[in-house]
Design a protein around this ligand. Structure first.
Ligand code: 5RP
Length: 221
């Protein structure tokens, strides 16, 4: 199976976690696009979706799925999203698609994060994928220095990218995320950091991993 076929497989498998009558949290990225396409087949059985990016909102609306503003909701049962890396505890690195802040907001509304990914995303220790960090533009240089001093990481500005929230992105190389929870907590305190792409506090509870043998279901509860 090709990587695209694996993404389509897990996108369809995630329908099993959609709660009838509810608002579904929808992430961002090429794997989630497959989930959105699958969601269209059950759109009459859900109240709608809450989206983590302008890109996903446009795709949902084009398929006739109602998109709620996050501020209209007090909670949702399930959030479905991809990941750039996921480890054996369900901790993730996200933000390759620049949507990490809204992704964390929607994940925070959800009772359960269902991660959909192809098997290349499952790693023993995260950090090979450059860690995305959304920052207020005037803090970019100082946050870059902090990464070097605190973790020996090398941060570079993602050229030509402005987030949906009007901020810039740093991609940090040279990190080994041996304690994702502690690292997320520390980086969250740095002035000017809007969101770090470590999803430890908002880790996955389930991961549907696309493999050549089919969908492998990992549970982290
Ligand atoms: C976007 C994300 C995506 O979930 C992540 O980049 C994975 O994307 P894809 O499914 O295209 O591999 O965090 O900000």
């Amino acid at each position: 199976m090709t990587q695209d076929e694996l993404k389509a497989l897990v996108g369809r498998a995630a329908l099993d976690y959609v709660v009838p009558g509810s608002v579904v949290g929808v992430g961002t990225g090429s794997t989630v696009n497959c989930f959105i396409d699958a969601l269209a087949s059950v759109k009459g059985r859900i109240a709608g979706a809450v989206s983590s990016s302008l890109q996903s909102t446009a795709r949902l609306q084009a398929l006739g799925i109602r998109v709620f503003d996050a501020n209209e909701l007090t909670g949702i049962p399930v959030y479905v999203d991809g990941a750039d890396e996921i480890d054996a505890a369900g901790f993730m690195v996200k933000g390759g698609g620049a949507a990490l802040t809204r992704e964390k907001i929607v994940a925070d509304l959800a009772e359960r994060f269902v991660c959909i990914a192809d098997e290349s995303k499952l790693v023993a220790v995260m950090g090979n994928f450059p860690l995305p960090v959304e920052v207020i533009p005037m803090a970019a240089a100082q946050v870059t220095r902090r990464f070097a001093a605190a973790f020996g990481g090398v941060a570079t500005l993602r050229a030509g990218v402005t987030t949906d929230n009007g901020n810039v992105l740093l991609d940090v190389r040279g990190l080994a995320l041996t304690d994702p929870l502690a690292m997320e907590t520390e980086i969250n305190q740095w002035p000017g950091v809007v969101t770090v792409g470590i999803f430890a506090r908002h880790r996955a509870r389930v991961c549907l991993l696309g493999t050549t043998q089919g969908v492998r279901r990992l549970s982290f509860d």
